[in-house]
Design a protein around this ligand. Structure first.
Ligand code: UFG
Length: 340
């Protein structure tokens, strides 16, 4: 698949999406270095073939030293905080880590001459889009701090890529993730984020008896069943999109911003029904008020990514997403079953 072996620095490679991507990069023959501060990632999740450094990706001194110690062809930047409601209650944490940390990293790349950059952006940059499905040209209007930090980093990349007088212009792909979920098909990797808040993860914990109930945050939205709609994408497909983006850049592709989703959505109630079905377990559901910062409906128009990258979804199936997530959750004996 790859034109050549690349030396790739993966920030956040011990986290959920980062660890799946690292594994695919290793399998594709790339040389992978992971940097992760283990804030929410786990050392066991990093492929043994990858070189590992426990640094903060925004630590300019550490990153500069690492980039001086060896050459990297590309950076894939996952490291960042990702919880929408937390970003509303603690915006400083998000601006510091997601905006300042990314700026530090981008400047280190520029100094070291690392010219290819793949960035974990988010559908949260759209806010409540005027049209569904949402296309990359749809105006961005984030409605929470998390989405704003992702958009600011996209702008930072654009400005650095277009800056005049640079010896080695940066080229980047920003992947705007929709709602990632599920676990690897072989059960080796999955979401192990402590105190997770994401719907499918939370529902699987409830189905395994690890929590008493699941709350539905808002049942009075303007949707068919009154709950929010999201475009859920399997983590292995999302990881594969990063390899596609890397290949695209390494073979001369121009900078691009691409939606990463399947192009159809499910309501919160539909997701909870599916988790009940695949688990065979009932769990109680509490209907509560709306959660701050939640858009009503996010569904991707994914024509651009399918056109530009050699990427096509392989696991476009809510049942598979929920069943792999549930099996992963069940296989974990508890929060302490794997050492982080
Ligand atoms: N939800 C519940 N109960 C829960 C958890 C979630 O009803 O216990 C609802 C939320 O209110 C929302 C939907 O389920 O309507 C999905 O919420 P998640 O927390 O699973 O995910 P978000 O949509 O808030 O955010 C995720 C990622 C972001 C990304 C976004 C893009 O965390 O990084 O998807 O759509 F930007």
């Amino acid at each position: 698949m790859n034109a050549k072996t690349l030396s790739v620095l993966v920030t956040g490679g011990a986290g959920y999406i980062g660890s799946h991507t690292t594994r695919q990069l290793v399998a594709a023959g790339h040389q992978v270095t992971v940097v992760d501060n283990l804030y929410s990632g786990h050392r066991w999740a990093v492929s043994p073939e990858a070189d590992f450094h426990e640094y903060d990706a925004g630590d300019r001194v550490a990153m500069r030293a690492l980039m001086r110690s060896r050459h990297f062809d590309a950076v894939i930047h996952f490291a960042g905080h990702i919880v929408v409601p937390e970003s509303v209650s603690d915006p400083g944490k998000y601006y510091r880590n997601n905006v300042l940390g990314s700026l530090n990293l981008i400047e280190c790349c520029e100094e070291a001459g690392v010219g290819l950059f793949v960035f974990s952006s988010s559908a949260a940059v759209y806010g409540n889009p005027a049209t569904i499905p949402v296309h990359e040209e749809t105006p961005t209007n984030p409605i929470n701090p998390y989405g704003r930090t992702k958009l600011i980093t996209e702008w930072t990349l654009k400005d650095f890529a277009e800056r005049t007088g640079s010896n080695l212009p940066l080229r980047y792909v920003a992947l705007r993730y929709f709602n990632v979920a599920g676990a690897s098909l072989d059960g080796a990797l999955g979401q192990a984020t402590p105190e997770a808040t994401h719907l499918i993860k939370v529902a699987c914990e409830a189905a395994c008896g690890k929590r008493d109930s699941v709350s539905i945050f808002g049942t009075d939205y303007d949707t068919e069943d009154g709950t929010c709609i999201r475009d859920y994408i399997h983590v292995e497909d999302l990881a594969a999109a990063h390899l596609g983006a890397l290949d695209y850049l390494a073979t001369g592709g121009n900078s691009a911003v691409l939606n990463c989703g399947y192009g159809h959505g499910y309501s919160v109630r539909e997701v909870l029904d599916m988790v009940r079905k695949v688990s065979g377990n009932d769990f109680s559901i509490r209907e509560t008020g709306r959660r701050d910062g939640d858009p009503v409906c996010l569904i991707s128009d994914n024509r651009s990514i399918r056109k530009l990258l050699t990427w096509a979804p392989q696991h476009n199936d809510l049942e598979l997403i929920c069943s792999t997530a549930f099996q992963w959750e069940r296989a974990k004996q508890g929060p302490k079953s794997r050492k982080g």
